[in-house]
Write a protein that binds this ligand. Structure first.
Ligand code: PMT
Length: 231
């Protein structure tokens, strides 16, 4: 299969030397790339700025901002059979990037932020993606409710939820612990483990999902209609 994986943070510039970002290290997304390669798949990795090297054998597309990530995904997703959106994309960017370094003048400084494109949310609708779609949910409370909401709204086949209020897993950690929610209502807990192990389990679930879809198509089933796949 051909996998498209997004990873790492995005950086939204404020002025020539400052930006808005988050604590994503890229470890989870890069572990997914390693796991997919190890299982014989082709991988395109669309990555925000991280300090880890891309796994050998991946097609690496480096981006900085959410809009650059959006455009890179738009250009690559047509080739993919499965797309995993693991990147921690900034939901907002500053409305106007200052051309010069902002000077320290008043006691307060107000920045106006505007919404960034929702890349995962564009996969089915704007990009017309028909493959296996995997979203992540980074939540600090009510994990299941938010995860199920994202799964449905964004037309995902799988939604991987992690609790980012914890300091021992998820952001910038070597381990993760996730709950995987499936479009058919199933869910599965993956207990705390190195990100490589969590990634392998997710890739295997994607493969099973792809086999199930292929089986349905071969059987001539009309279950997998456009509507059913979240469009
Ligand atoms: O990089 P690490 O340090 O290893 O940390 C891993 C992780 C915590 C970043 C990862 O496991 C994770 O949770 N990734 C998703 C982070 C996130 O932005 O979650 P969200 O709930 O805000 O977004 C929901 C989904 O929409 C995600 O699949 C996200 O990639 C996608 N999204 C969000 C906003 C946006 N503008 N475009 C998107 O595509």
């Amino acid at each position: 299969m051909r996998f498209l994986i997004t990873a790492g943070p995005t950086r939204e510039p404020i002025d020539p030397v400052r930006y808005l970002s988050n604590r994503s290290s890229g470890k989870m997304g890069y572990a997914l790339a390693v796991a997919a390669l190890a299982r014989g798949h082709e991988v395109t990795l669309v990555s925000g700025p991280v300090a880890i090297p891309a796994p050998e054998g991946t097609k690496l597309v480096r981006v900085e901002t959410a809009r650059e990530m959006h455009d890179a995904v738009a250009g690559e997703i047509g080739e993919a059979d499965a797309a995993i959106f693991c990147a921690a994309v900034a939901d907002y960017r500053v409305a106007e990037i200052a051309g010069e370094k902002i000077k320290k003048t008043g006691e307060t400084l107000t920045l106006t932020l505007v919404r960034n494109p929702d890349i995962l949310g564009s996969a089915r609708s704007a990009f017309g993606f028909r493959g296996i779609l995997v979203g992540f949910a980074a939540e600090t409370e009510d994990l299941e409710r938010h995860a199920l909401d994202k799964l449905r709204r964004k037309g995902c086949d799988l939604l991987v939820a992690n609790d980012v209020s914890r300091t021992d897993i998820a952001f910038d950690c070597d381990e993760n612990e996730v709950a995987v929610f499936f479009r058919d209502g199933r869910h599965m807990a993956l207990p705390r483990a190195p990100k490589g192990e969590i990634a392998s389990a997710i890739v295997r679930e994607v493969e099973k999902c792809a086999s199930a879809v292929a089986g349905l198509s071969e059987a001539g089933s009309d279950v997998e209609t456009t509507l059913d796949r979240g469009q």
